[in-house]
Structure formats: structure tokens, C-alpha cells
Design a protein around this ligand. Structure first.
Ligand SMILES: [Zn+2]
Length: 398
């Protein structure tokens, strides 16, 4: 239905329309293929609206961005990327954002594609943030980390060996349901004592009777302590030493939250491989969710392009983070007149056409491979240890 392929991509002209769906507001922005957020707008979620009316308010801000892209920026939208509070189904085919009662199994992808005639790709807010922070933020250059969003609800995304984990139902990394208080409060999932039931913005409101924007010192400290406790469990389980934490509750609580979280992490990560693990604030701040949504759009476009361009597409056995700059990398090769399929197939470490796909867990990430493999030679800086962003044509270096 949609003709956009990698061959058509021009980083100087094309952009992604990013949409962030939170519990209290809908945001839209324009993101260049280098990750610059050049325009943005938002509208509050009006809980009095029905599903169609709420969708119309979303389309209103998206149309506004499309108009700005054309008239103000003279840029060409390629796709829409959506980051959404869960639960969702794959690629936001349906969304049921936890605090947005009007949307229950709302067919967002189909409705958006109908309304704006662009391909729509989507993911959870926290996995989107993981992509953004790994690409341009606090986890830049890291192959293994956890991203956590502490907002009205709590969610997370895990990157291991450069791969963003998706899991059987697309919910891998959902730290909100890690138990932090045995026999604690009842969670929306039905269990007791989940992090989401104890430390999310909603939980704080229930516990204190006040919105999380009016916290006491004790509640900021307790929230940090509980998040740190859950992060420690995840780090111990998955051999991680970095957690990037964003979301308005965590960032709003600031140093009190982060100091308490770090202290709890220090207490509970004592194994040799996790000792010294760090919790750090999301560096992209309030731009993170839209940049993450834009990154999801780029990833989707990349996958679409891979299907459309080479018959047996492949990159190096890269993770999701490399896919973002891989979009530009492949485009350069196509521009240079190389045969897309054969040149790309040559970049695999094992010499065969090999598309990293769901369920394909390459045991070692691209940055863990020896630096002298042919794939590194073929891709130049693309496979350099510790280098995620290899676009030398104007990366913003946020
Ligand atoms: Zn739960």
C-alpha cells in the first residue's frame, strides 16, 4: 500500500512524524533522520471524549505537524512513528493505554494510516525511550542497558548485545510488574506489590491523595528506593550495569529520587558482575519520548525498506540501535550504485544472507565481535566497538 522504500530516503529532506501517547497528553513532532526534533506540539487527553473524538484530537495535532513540515520546514514526511503507553499489540495495531479509558483495543494503526496516508509503526513508550537513549542519549554507545519510564505507569525496555528485546508478546522489559513489596498493593495486572502498583504516578496519587506533581520528600525517596530495588533485580537477572530512567515522575523528583534509587541499587546489586551498576537520568529529557517514537518510525521504515529492496536482505548481525544508522548506511550504498542485495549480503559475519529477526538471538553483539572480520571491513565504522552512530554526515551529537 505504501511505496516508501530505502531507495527513496534523503536525510536532508525527509523526516518522521513522531507521536507520543501518554496517559495525560498526546504529543506530535517532526524528527529528522538524524534525530533532530525540529517541531512539536501537544494536546491534553480529554477524558470526557469518546474513542473517535479523542482520535480526532490526535489527528488534529498530526495534521498541524504535516502542515508545518510542508510549509515551514519544506520537508517530506516518510512515516509515522508512535510510542504509546501500554498495553498495545504489535506495531500499535491496537492500543489500550492504561490511563486513557476511551481507547480499549483501539485500532490506532489502521485509523492513522487511513487518516494521514503514511505508513505507521509503533511500540511501547519505554522501548521507544530505550531506542532514543541508546541512539542519542545517556546509553549512547552501550550494547547492554535497561531503560525505565516512571510516569503515570511504569514500564521498561531492555537492550542486550545491541538488541532491543521484544519477547513473546512484545512486552519484554516490563519492569512495572517486578514485585518490590511482597503482599503489597493490588496491581492492575492482578498481582500484589508490583512496582507499578507501588511507585507509579497513579499509585502515588492513590497512596498520598495528591498528584505526583506535589510530592513529599518521603514519597520521592520511597519511589526512588522501589525503582532502585526493581532495577537491581533486572540487572542481576540480565547482567546489566546501566539503567536510564526517564518519565515525568522520575525526572520531576530529581536528585532525591535518583539518589535513593542508586542507594537501593547499590544495596541489592552485590554480585561481581553487577556491582557498581548505575542509574542515570534520561539525557534526552522531555524530548526523549518523541525522539523514541521517531526512532520506532525509522526502524519500521527500515524493515519495510529491507523487504522492498533486496530480495534476501541483511545487515551485519546488528541490533536495533544500529538499524537506525543502518538506514542511512544502506542508502549511501544504494546511492553509490552498489547492488543492494549482494553488497548487503556480504556484510554478514557468517557470509550468508541473514536478517536479524524475532527469535534470532545472536549470541554475541556486533561490538563483541573481533574487529578484523570481513563484515567490519565492509561496513567501515559501522562495526566499530562502542560506536552506535556512524553517520558522519551530520549527526547532531546530542
Ligand atoms: Zn503488576
Amino acid at each position: 500500500m505504501f511505496a516508501a522504500t530505502v531507495r527513496e530516503v534523503n536525510p536532508d529532506r525527509d523526516l518522521i512524524v513522531a507521536i507520543d501517547i501518554g496517559g495525560s497528553r498526546l504529543s506530535a513532532g517532526l524528527m529528522t533522520l538524524r534525530g533532530d526534533l525540529i517541531d512539536r506540539t501537544q494536546v491534553p487527553v480529554d477524558q470526557g471524549l469518546n474513542d473517535g473524538e479523542l482520535f480526532e484530537s490526535l489527528v488534529g495535532i498530526v495534521d498541524d505537524m504535516l502542515l508545518r513540515a510542508d510549509e515551514h520546514h519544506q520537508m517530506n514526511p516518510l512515516a509515522i512513528g508512535v510510542g504509546c503507553v501500554g498495553p498495545i499489540t504489535a506495531d500499535v495495531e491496537t492500543v489500550s493505554p492504561v490511563n486513557v479509558e476511551a481507547w480499549r483495543n483501539f485500532p490506532l494503526r489502521e485509523r492513522l494510516e487511513e487518516a494521514v496516508s503514511l505508513p505507521v509503526y509503533g511500540g511501547l513508550d519505554a522501548t521507544s525511550l530505550a531506542l532514543a537513549e541508546g541512539w542519542l542519549g545517556a546509553a549512547q554507545g552501550r550494547s547492554n542497558f535497561l531503560a525505565v519510564v516512571v510516569s503515570g505507569s511504569i514500564a521498561g525496555g531492555v537492550v542486550i548485545d545491541g538488541q532491543l528485546l521484544e519477547g513473546g508478546s512484545g512486552n519484554a522489559g516490563h519492569i512495572g510488574h517486578v514485585v518490590v513489596e511482597p503482599n503489597g498493593r493490588r496491581c492492575g495486572c492482578g498481582a500484589r506489590g508490583c512496582l507499578d502498583a507501588e511507585a507509579s504516578g497513579r499509585a502515588i496519587e492513590v497512596i498520598t491523595g495528591r498528584p505526583p506533581t506535589e510530592p513529599s520528600y518521603e514519597i520521592m525517596q520511597r519511589t526512588g528506593e522501589l525503582v532502585g530495588r526493581a532495577v537491581a533485580s533486572v540487572c542481576n537477572l540480565l547482567d546489566l550495569d546501566l539503567a536510564v530512567v526517564g518519565g515525568p515522575v522520575a525526572l520531576g523528583f530529581g536528585a532525591t529520587f535518583f539518589n535513593a534509587a542508586q542507594a537501593a541499587l547499590d544495596r541489592h546489586s552485590r554480585a561481581e558482575y553487577t556491582r557498581g551498576a548505575r542509574i542515570t537520568p534520561a539525557r534526552l529529557g522531555d524530548r526523549g519520548p518523541l525522539i523514541g517514537a521517531g526512532a520506532v518510525g525509522m526502524r519500521g521504515l527500515r524493515r519495510q525498506g529491507l523487504r522492498a529492496v533486496p530480495p534476501r536482505p541483511s545487515l551485519t548481525p546488528t541490533g536495533e540501535l544500529d538499524v537506525l544508522d543502518g538506514l542511512l548506511e544502506l542508502e549511501r550504498r544504494v546511492d553509490a550504485g552498489e547492488d543492494g542485495a549482494s553488497s548487503v549480503a556480504n556484510t554478514t559475519a557468517d557470509g550468508g544472507a541473514h536478517l536479524p529477526a524475532e527469535g534470532d538471538h545472536t549470541p554475541s553483539g556486533p561490538r563483541d565481535r573481533p574487529p578484523s572480520t570481513s563484515s567490519d571491513a565492509d561496513t567501515g565504522a559501522h562495526g566499530s566497538p562502542g560506536t552506535h552512530v556512524t553517520d558522519d554526515s551530520g549527526h547532531p551529537g546530542v
